[in-house]
Design a protein around this ligand. Structure first.
Ligand SMILES: Cc1ncc(COP(=O)(O)O)c(C=O)c1O
Length: 446
């Protein structure tokens, strides 16, 4: 976690070409000079006709190659340790070896874990559809029976979570992310007072996009929601980045399974994870973990949709990690590849905005993103300027429900796919665009 949070509140000098000056109190002439100088830099960048991309939150080719041994690893042996022929139909829960991987990732007993197909997003959509239309605890528990359904969405957050709600006609209620997780005072107030709130999205470790790891207190309070919320309330605990550490000394996320067991709220949380950003992103294994009650409800509906997951791929994954020694060893190879890219982004941000109020960011120790907050009203303009200068950024607003950031301030930076040199080049453009947009905004109100 960085100490940059809340930087916006502190007024300090802006440095442009060696001049330490105060943006808020600079004279109009000074602002004009900066504008001209930055506009010249910007035009020079534009003339280079760059083609760089900081939008893609997916593994780089080098990372994908770390799991290429998946290809052919079974060498004709398709049988699991407990004698299942993975080539055949069946086994809705997934094979034992794969469930063990999910159990390790989610710190949850194997009995509570299912291994599925290649996408946790699919499992999340299925879980939400089942809770909505059929009920995880039988038809009387179906959310749709009660009319209007609302979901709590910490913001900024993962756009595809919001799309799932939108697809099912579920209203989204936003709460701010803080440096310890969602604003829990607000979450508790909302669920206490509104029984149409049926759940909440969470990315508890290296949150997409802010990189925040939920504190132990936040985890405990989330586990406690089951005591104050509607009976059919479910937290969607999407632990997509649970083992995606960059630091050698990663922050530990408390086990939500243990916290719910202590609180007696086992039915209130559904957990998800996958190997998408561990092995081959489009050909991984996804996991679902939940109480026995929820597993029964989920499987009842899933059995209408599938005879079973791709067990051959599950076995390939189990054999890969067994051959390598450990899952965490595999993750350290990912860290070695992407760390320099994150370091480049952070070094550029620190150098340009470390001493001024033009932006703030959380410096994640893992995950896939760095979230940058520009001065209010500037995100769309910065994304546009960068795009015209050859650097593609995720559309402003994408990290908010309905693609609308009320402050127009948040920009998600995804540095894993480009090379370190490309990240470095793209960040120079980004910095120039942030400064130019900020100076122009300051001038516009003179
Ligand atoms: C928070 C989060 N959850 C889920 C996913 C997608 O996971 P999967 O590939 O398992 O569907 C992503 C991908 O970016 C993500 O950021």
């Amino acid at each position: 976690m960085s100490d940059h949070t809340h930087r916006l509140a502190q007024a300090s000098p802006l440095t442009i070409k060696g001049n330490a000056l105060e943006l808020n109190t600079a004279s109009t002439e000074q602002l004009q000079q900066w504008e001209q100088s930055l506009a010249a830099d910007y035009d020079a960048i534009k003339s280079q006709k760059l083609n760089l991309d900081l939008t893609r939150g997916k593994p780089s080719t080098e990372q994908l190659a770390l799991a290429d041994a998946l290809d052919g690893i079974l060498a004709g042996n398709y049988i699991t340790t407990d004698g299942v022929d993975t080539r055949n139909y069946g086994g809705l829960d997934g094979i034992t070896e794969a469930r063990a991987i999910g159990a390790q990732m989610l710190k949850t007993p194997i009995e509570n874990v299912m291994a599925g197909g290649n996408s946790s997003l699919t499992l999340m959509h299925q879980a939400m559809s089942i809770a909505h239309f059929f009920g995880l605890e039988g038809p009387d528990s179906a959310w749709s029976k009660e009319g209007k359904v609302k979901f709590i969405c910490p913001v900024p957050g993962y756009d595809r979570h919001f799309s799932v709600c939108q697809h099912l006609g579920i209203d989204m209620v936003t709460v701010p992310m803080t440096s310890t997780g969602p604003d829990m005072d607000e979450v508790e107030r909302l669920v206490k007072n509104d029984s149409s709130i049926k759940g909440m999205w969470c990315v508890p470790k290296y949150s997409n996009p802010t990189g925040v790891v939920y504190s132990d207190e936040t985890v405990t309070r989330i586990a406690g929601l089951g005591k104050i919320a509607a009976d059919n309330f479910r937290v969607f605990w999407d632990n997509a980045y649970g083992i995606h550490d960059l630091s050698d000394n990663p922050v530990e996320l408390a086990s939500i399974y243990d916290a719910c067991a202590t609180a007696g709220t086992e039915n209130s949380v559904l957990q998800f994870a996958s190997t998408s950003k561990i092995t081959h992103a489009g050909a991984g294994v996804a996991f679902f973990a939940a109480s026995a009650v929820n597993l029964t409800g989920m499987k009842k509906s899933l059995s209408f949709m599938t005879i079973g997951p791709d067990k051959v791929n599950q076995l390939r994954h189990a054999r890969l990690f067994a051959a390598e020694g450990s899952l965490l060893e595999h993750m350290s190879k990912h860290a070695a590849i992407i760390k320099p890219r994150f370091a480049s982004v952070l070094a550029h941000l620190e150098e340009a905005f470390g001493g001024n109020d033009l932006g703030r960011w959380e410096s994640a120790d893992g995950g896939y993103f760095i979230s940058f907050d520009a001065r209010a009203g500037l995100a769309a303009e910065i994304v546009k300027l960068a795009g015209e200068a050859g650097v593609k950024l995720t559309p402003a607003g994408a990290t908010f429900p309905y693609g609308s950031d009320p402050l127009d301030s948040n920009i998600r930076i995804a540095p894993t796919v480009p090379s370190v040199e490309q990240v470095d080049a793209a960040m120079k453009v980004f910095i120039c665009c942030v400064k130019l947009a900020s100076v122009r905004q300051a001038l516009a109100v003179r």
